[in-house]
Design a protein around this ligand. Structure first.
Ligand SMILES: *Cc1c(COP(=O)(O)O)cnc(C)c1O
Length: 450
């Protein structure tokens, strides 16, 4: 699928040929993954579930990691680089001196940034002879991306989809099936974890935690199968840095550099992808750019969570990671931004929050949808409910610039479109959205590891 309209050479120049790994540039060494007894999880321990190349990237302290040429071709053929837009109409409507730019990942085939890491993960798995991938999905953004990546690189994909979503959100399930993935409602009869739950409760609605347990068990039990994760881990975040590197080049062409970089945070991958190439400049003492990470009030890990070791999943199957967490037993209320309903956040992003380099903010879904509808009517694009969190923060920042009379340059990530999330918009328009946030958080059940 070659893209016309931009010279091929221009596209080639904008798409980077390496990923940026922030780990060596962090203000202190990244705490390693651990077991509940405090011992460190070694790379070898991860080999049953991940291919070696991805484990190497996970623990790498190299600043730059080359993007294999075959994969880079696929990025080009499937729509990278993505456009950088200036929201001129929004600037006018807000009557702000700020210049607002956004990187739009919604033009990619599955409608969000997640394909950037899905393709990379499928590529390395196939290279090491893996034939089949398993994963979990809630709303289906990640499952759709991995399903397409499997089709591109000739891998079978089985997606354990949380049963309520499987039944209530048929469209992304169909997207995955169109790409040839096998989608099973979780809990399923295919794993011990699933069977145990079904025996006791045949109508169990499922959860992301259960789906992760099933996907990992499946990968462990099949020789030809590995497991794949769509956010949080270092290797996932670094794959996403194509976004920020492209944005940097696109802004450079315009003679611009951002004063503020904004993005929505679930596990942290799209925000890290956009922000880290700019965070590098700030860590090197070259700039004073501000970094704003936006989360929902319903899952406020960065603004209200604690920075400590916790499991990545609800079942406690993964290694412990040091991160801002609400506790793995915390089940966020069912907000429409399903991709932001996560109890923790990526360890590298957590550290940047701890050091005050990234500033977290939280919004309720009603104010987020209000901003999204305003944006859609002015700029034309209907944002994914997740991305709408970044839209809301960008509008607030532009209004602050107006108040302070500062012509700031604001850059945000529009991580996906919302055309398969219209139920949230319907609820907003009908005044039926419910805002919720945790009252009191009790993390005393977490393992005590320093
Ligand atoms: C999954 C998703 C997110 C949140 O995940 P991150 O890993 O934090 O990026 C944000 N936006 C969209 C459109 C998503 O699909």
């Amino acid at each position: 699928m070659p893209v016309y309209g931009l010279r091929a050479s221009q596209r080639e120049e904008i798409l980077p040929d390496r990923w940026y790994n922030i780990v060596p540039d962090l203000p202190e060494p990244l705490p390693p993954p651990r077991r509940p007894d405090g011992s460190i999880v070694s790379p070898k321990d991860l080999e049953p579930i991940f291919p070696r190349a991805l484990i190497e990237q996970e623990v790498s302290t190299e600043r730059w990691i080359p993007i294999p040429e075959e994969l880079r071709r696929v990025y080009l053929e499937l729509g990278r680089p993505t456009p950088l837009f200036r929201a001129r109409r929004l600037e006018e409507a807000l009557d702000t001196p700020a210049r607002i730019y956004y990187k739009y990942e919604g033009v990619l085939p599955t409608g969000s940034h997640k394909i950037n890491t899905a393709l990379a993960q499928a590529y390395y798995n196939r290279l090491e002879g893996v034939r089949r991938l398993t994963t979990e999905t809630g709303a289906g953004q990640w499952g759709s991306a991995l399903a397409l990546a499997g089709a591109v690189f000739g891998l079978k994909v089985r997606v354990y989809m949380v049963r309520v979503s499987y039944e209530q959100k048929p469209y992304r399930r169909i997207v995955m099936q169109v790409y040839g993935a096998e989608v099973v409602p979780s809990p399923s009869p295919y794993t011990e974890a699933g069977r145990r739950i079904l025996e006791q409760d045949p109508d169990n609605p499922g959860s992301l935690g259960i789906a992760i347990s099933e996907a990992i068990e499946d990968a462990l039990k099949h020789e030809d199968t590995k497991y794949s994760l769509g956010s949080v881990l270092n290797h996932v975040l670094l794959h996403q840095t194509v976004i920020g590197q492209e944005a940097k080049r696109q802004l450079e062409e315009l003679g611009e550099y951002p004063d503020v970089v904004i993005g929505a945070v679930g596990g942290g991958s799209n925000y890290a992808g956009l922000a880290y190439p700019f965070v590098a400049d700030r860590l090197a003492g070259k700039t004073e750019t501000r970094f704003i990470a936006v989360e929902p009030r319903a899952a406020p890990s960065m603004t209200r969570g604690e920075y400590r070791y916790d499991y990545g999943d609800v079942a406690g199957l993964t290694p412990l990671l040091k991160m801002h967490t609400l506790g793995h037993r915390y089940i966020p209320p069912p907000i429409h931004a399903g991709g932001l309903r996560y109890h923790g956040v990526a360890p590298t992003l957590s550290m940047l929050v701890k050091h005050g380099i990234v500033e977290p903010v939280a919004y309720s879904q009603t104010e987020v949808f209000k901003a999204a509808v305003e944006f859609a009517r002015i700029e034309g694009i209907i944002p994914a409910p997740e991305s709408a969190h970044a839209v809301k923060a960008a509008i607030d920042e532009a209004l602050r610039a107006k108040k302070e009379g500062e012509p700031r340059v604001i850059l945000f990530n529009l991580s996906g479109h919302g055309l398969l999330d219209l139920k949230g918009y319907q609820d907003f328009l009908e005044g039926k959205l419910v805002d919720a946030e945790p009252e009191r958080l009790d993390l005393s059940y977490l393992p005590k590891i320093e």
